[in-house]
Design a protein around this ligand. Structure first.
Ligand code: ZN
Length: 133
């Protein structure tokens, strides 16, 4: 199957955007029953992750925790001034693989799929490859 692109608009510098429903819509549109979905974001200051979708405080705390882990540091040399975003992007990672069975994403009860923005607001893309197996 061809690669599908999902456009994501972020509204803050750092933000976790739930894209689970969009992934489910693409799954139904492309009629993938059994297989895998690979998500990949072609950006150096963004990431994809899977985490809790029940308590929004978890998303807040993840962003807060990452900002404590990688604060903006005056000794960073990169002229764009967004080295913290590059580091966070690599820490979280640009891709995820999701399992699909009987036409359904095999996520845990409390899991959602998130696009992670670390240098927004921007217009972003997620490339999605559906593989039947
Ligand atoms: Zn940069």
């Amino acid at each position: 199957m061809k690669i599908v692109e999902l456009n994501v608009r972020s509204h803050k510098r750092c933000e976790m955007i739930d894209i689970t429903a969009e992934i489910g819509r693409i799954l139904r549109e492309k009629e993938l029953r059994n297989g895998t979905i690979t998500l990949y974001t072609p950006h150096t200051t963004a990431a994809i992750t899977i985490n809790e979708n029940a308590d929004p405080d978890v998303l807040h705390d993840m962003l807060y925790g990452l900002s404590k882990l990688v604060p903006l540091d005056p000794q960073f040399q990169h002229a764009e001034g967004n080295s913290d975003a590059h580091i966070k992007g690599s820490l979280i990672g640009a891709s995820e693989i999701l399992l699909v069975e009987a036409g359904k994403l095999q996520l845990g009860t409390w899991q959602g799929v998130y696009f992670c923005e670390f240098d927004g607001p921007r217009s972003r893309r997620v490339k999605i490859k559906l593989s039947e197996s």
